[in-house]
Write a protein that binds this ligand. Sequence first.
Ligand code: NAX
Length: 450
Amino acid sequence: MHALLPTTTTLPLFDVAASRRIEARALAHSPDLMARAGLSIAKLALALRRDEGPVWVACGPGNNGGDGRVAAQRLAEAGIAVHLSHSPPERPALVIDALLGLGLNRAPAPELLATMAAMQACGAAILAVDLPSGLLGDTGQPAGERAVRADHTLQLLTLKPGLFTGEGRAHGGRLWFDDLGITPDEAASADLLGPAAAPARSQTSHKGSHGQVLVVGGAPGTQGAARLAARTALACGAGRVYVDLLDLSADEAADPGQPELMRGTAAELPQAVGVIGCGAGAAISDALPALLQRLPRLVIDADALNAIAADASLQALLCARAPASTLLTPHPLEAARLLGCDTVSLQADRLAAAQALAERFSCTVVLKGSGSVIASRGERPAICASGGPALATAGSGDVLAGWLGGLWAQQPGAPAHRIACAGVDAHGRAGEAGGVRRAGDLISQLAPSR
Ligand SMILES: NC(=O)C1=CN([C@@H]2O[C@H](COP(=O)(O)OP(=O)(O)OC[C@H]3O[C@@H](n4cnc5c(N)ncnc54)[C@H](O)[C@@H]3O)[C@@H](O)[C@H]2O)[C@@H](O)CC1
């Protein structure tokens, strides 16, 4: 058993159906899985309990509850006061939530909700067994009106995707893992991203070796967004970075504060990676047909996504692009517009929504938000384990788009999916901070991670 994040490698995630298959096969040769699970929970509980008070263990009707009962027995054998009940003891030192795990299949009834509320109100830290009760392991959404907000979750046997995206990240607390000595014997359902290697820079390279990025966007009043993207592509190591700011007069500098940036257009730079849409406003619509047809690799963000969502002919041009050549970076509202649904239903299953978008437009999709999801046709989806609320600030999406463009310029042969995984993870790690990380500071934080 070990703490999980941050992870230094990409880890396999298994959805509920896959976890059940793995468990069923493992039980054939290792019938003591529940004993192992209970012991692991007891060990973690011993380390986490805050004082000599009783450990409150609330067990449900299935094997999740079984794990809890074994843990209670182990704790009692170790001389710890244990309170096995659905109602709280006086001043518990820790709560073990073993009400519901993988088997959650409906909204919890009022009695269970009352126990969950009592856990939350009792003042002690909550250790959830496998999954916080009421939280769906595949999507990270509560099945009913509430799920337990745990301080710690010990995942057992497999890592479940729902703990890493959407509401799951707010419910799991600190994540721990025990594989119970079992190596999964089937392919993962999704990847939990670890860091990727930075693009190589040879001793003999020159600026022409590291590609070109063209940022198109920045309507009057929102030029900062495009400039943030361009500055980030430069910091990422792209050889040359150009900006095409909508409505900027011909004699103005690309970015007065960043002399390395140049003016350019798609017609002049047919091999550049296009980063299009940042701060673009509605004016991007007119430029989009040429951009979609002309540039071999595109990162499409913000207002360019909104324009495509509203125009079937732009959607047709998007679908006609070469495979693995286009990367969309929508936040949930933009993604909902593209899919023609509302954000609540989109957020209810972020993995499925990202995959649906990738299939519909034959693109790689980065569905941003807590636990960004990366999906592409024919690829295993990935979830970003890094990042946090410090990134919830203006400009951080522009920085991501610029970083993706910068990475892609330096790796022209890489498919969009690989670029997306590498870039999103780096962006998340750079954004792990208390408080807020301003977009400008995020760029300098990203640069050393190259
Ligand atoms: N079988 C084993 O040896 C192992 C089991 N493990 C544990 O077993 C869990 C899965 O066990 P189960 O498949 O029994 O599933 P659960 O224990 O999560 O729940 C299943 C039971 O809860 C009921 N239920 C589902 N939703 C409900 C709701 N909203 N309100 C009230 N009751 C509800 C179901 O009807 C069923 O009786 C894992 O999460 C994990 O904790 C793991 O430790 C691995 C080893």
